[in-house]
Design a protein around this ligand. Structure first.
Ligand SMILES: Nc1ncnc2c1ncn2[C@@H]1O[C@H](COP(=O)(O)OP(=O)(O)O)[C@@H](O)[C@H]1O
Ligand SMILES: [Mg+2]
Length: 241
């Protein structure tokens, strides 16, 4: 469970990127965070993961306050940022071992987990190559694998499907489903409605920093016209907002 209580963030430029957001992200469900470009998704995600601080409000990650207890909270999180261009000089295997070391993953059993995860994403043959030689999608997969190496309870994925090929995107969705079904938290942002429609149990819609809707997709459809597509509802919501 992630609890977000009345959280706001204004950047130095004066943009109020997140405006009094309150959200409960439950265990056992895939929670999609939807909104157009610039809506405030990444800003909220950076506050949940402790990369930036909220100006006001509280965030509890699986019961732990990210502000007052950041290390404990971060150990529970597997975070995939929207930009996978990092640690490019490391080889894939070096990167995964670095992440495993950072998160205190015991050496024993580690290589088995690396094998399982890399095979699932077809990355086993790239482990010996520097990440700068990877394509965008490959970098993304390696960052994803690195984020899961410590078996975090809480997955926070910022636009994770962007740039993935169909097979990897399918594998990721399957893994998200499995993880949620085991009673864990899966929170991901997307501006691609088809993705949300297929995989989410619950969603929140944000625009200009404010939450316009939070709940199940089914209820959102009910409150709109019966035959409306998610796209139509979404556009109406974000344009009127
Ligand atoms: N580091 C920053 N400094 C100033 N403004 C920012 C910064 N990051 C994002 N913004 C602004 O905050 C708003 C929300 O951005 P962001 O959270 O990245 O949205 P999203 O992820 O939904 O596309 C936008 O208006 C964006 O221009
Ligand atoms: Mg973003």
């Amino acid at each position: 469970m992630i609890k977000i209580e009345n959280v706001s963030k204004t950047y130095g430029s004066g943009v109020k990127a997140v405006d009094s957001v309150t959200l409960d992200i439950p265990d056992g469900a895939i929670f999609g965070f939807l909104g157009p470009n610039g809506a405030g998704k990444t800003t909220l995600i950076k506050m949940i993961t402790g990369i930036i601080h909220a100006d006001q409000g509280n965030i509890l990650v699986d019961g732990t306050n990210i502000r007052t207890n950041p290390i404990e909270a971060k150990l529970k999180i597997g975070f995939v940022p929207d930009d996978p261009n990092m640690f490019l000089r490391l080889k894939g295997l070096e990167y995964l071992n670095f992440m495993a070391d950072m998160y205190d993953v015991p050496k024993a059993g580690r290589s088995n987990d690396i094998k399982t995860l890399t095979e699932r994403f077809g990355m086993q043959d790239a482990l010996g190559d520097q990440m700068q030689s990877y394509s965008h999608g490959m970098r993304q997969k390696m960052i994803l694998i690195g984020a899961l190496i410590h078996k975090p309870k809480v997955w926070i994925l910022d636009e994770p499907m962007t740039g993935l090929d169909p097979k990897s995107s399918f594998e990721l969705k399957e893994m998200m489903r499995e993880h949620a079904d085991q009673g864990n938290v899966v929170f991901f942002s997307t501006h691609v409605l088809e993705v949300a429609e297929k995989v989410c149990d619950q969603i929140a819609v944000i625009n200009k920093g404010k939450i316009l809707y939070s709940g199940s997709l089914k209820d959102m459809r009910k409150s709109a016209q019966e035959d409306s597509s998610l796209e139509k509802i979404f556009l109406e919501m974000t344009e009127n907002g």
